[in-house]
Ligand binder design. Structure first.
Ligand SMILES: [Zn+2]
Ligand SMILES: [Zn+2]
Length: 259
């Protein structure tokens, strides 16, 4: 692996280690590009509470941006560092989110749709469901997200855990894969899912992606410094990609979000 664009920090409340430890680990393990993409702050300005404890608070964003910029400068001769966020697409709050990210010089976004709608009152996308409507909503909402042209990749696109008919799942996910191809958004095989034995990567999903010819990137989804050098999960992911005939990218073309 020469590049990883999916890295969290302690600010999200469920990751550990100092920012610099992630960089040192990345340099040591031979990465040439490290992208920080902590869970984006979201300001639900009209809701109570205004932010939720699953991500950094809006007021923490300047410190996050400064820290990543300082590290990029300090390590410039050893590794290329980028400032990003992992963001859900919530139509109601998205314009304000973009403003906030641009004000803070965030370079790129990866899509991670952990909830549907505008998050509040919605179930976690990874909860098992037999509800076809949820699957359809997930696919439609993430297609809308990809069509903004602002996301550099789609993290764990197979997060939605539909446990109903395989035929329905495949049909909907084919819709997602085709739209991703059209919008030129690479799909991410998530190494955290492998590391923790989660329900993703879902082989049914990746079989469809292989058939559709989607470009694929590996993402560490690091929540601890040592996760940026997770060789075991990387090997498992590469074996899966090879077995299914997926085409892996080494690096991502980062999409400017309009800073
Ligand atoms: Zn996380
Ligand atoms: Zn993540």
């Amino acid at each position: 692996m020469i590049a990883n664009y999916h890295t969290h920090t302690y600010r999200c409340g469920h990751a550990e280690g100092g920012d610099e430890e992630y960089v040192r680990q990345a340099v040591e393990s031979g990465l040439t590009i490290l992208g920080f993409s902590d869970h984006t702050p979201y300001d639900y300005f009209d809701a109570e509470p205004r932010s939720r404890p699953i991500r950094m608070k809006p007021e923490e964003l300047p410190d996050y941006a400064r820290s990543v910029h300082d590290l990029a400068e300090k390590y410039r001769d050893r590794i290329e560092i980028h400032l990003g966020v992992e963001a859900e697409y919530y139509p109601k709050y998205f314009p304000r989110l973009l403003e906030m990210l641009r004000e803070n010089g965030v370079e790129y976004m990866i899509l991670g749709q952990h909830f549907l709608g505008n998050e509040i009152g919605e179930p976690y996308s990874g909860r098992p469901t037999l509800d076809r409507k949820l699957l359809e909503r997930y696919v439609s909402q993430t297609i809308e997200a990809m069509e903004t042209g602002l996301f550099s990749c789609f993290a764990h696109p197979d997060l939605l855990r539909y446990i109903g008919s395989g035929k329905v799942y495949e049909q909907e996910m084919r819709r997602l894969c085709r739209a991703a191809l059209q919008a030129e958004v690479p799909l991410e095989i998530n190494l955290l899912g492998l590391r923790e034995g989660r329900h993703y990567p879902n082989e049914r999903f990746w079989r469809v992606a292989a058939e559709e010819g989607n470009p694929v990137i590996l993402g560490c989804d690091a929540h601890r410094p040592e996760h940026v050098a997770d060789v075991k999960s990387e090997e498992t992911a590469r074996a899966l990609a090879e077995r299914l005939g997926l085409s892996l990218l080494d690096t991502l073309p980062l999409r400017n979000i309009g800073v």
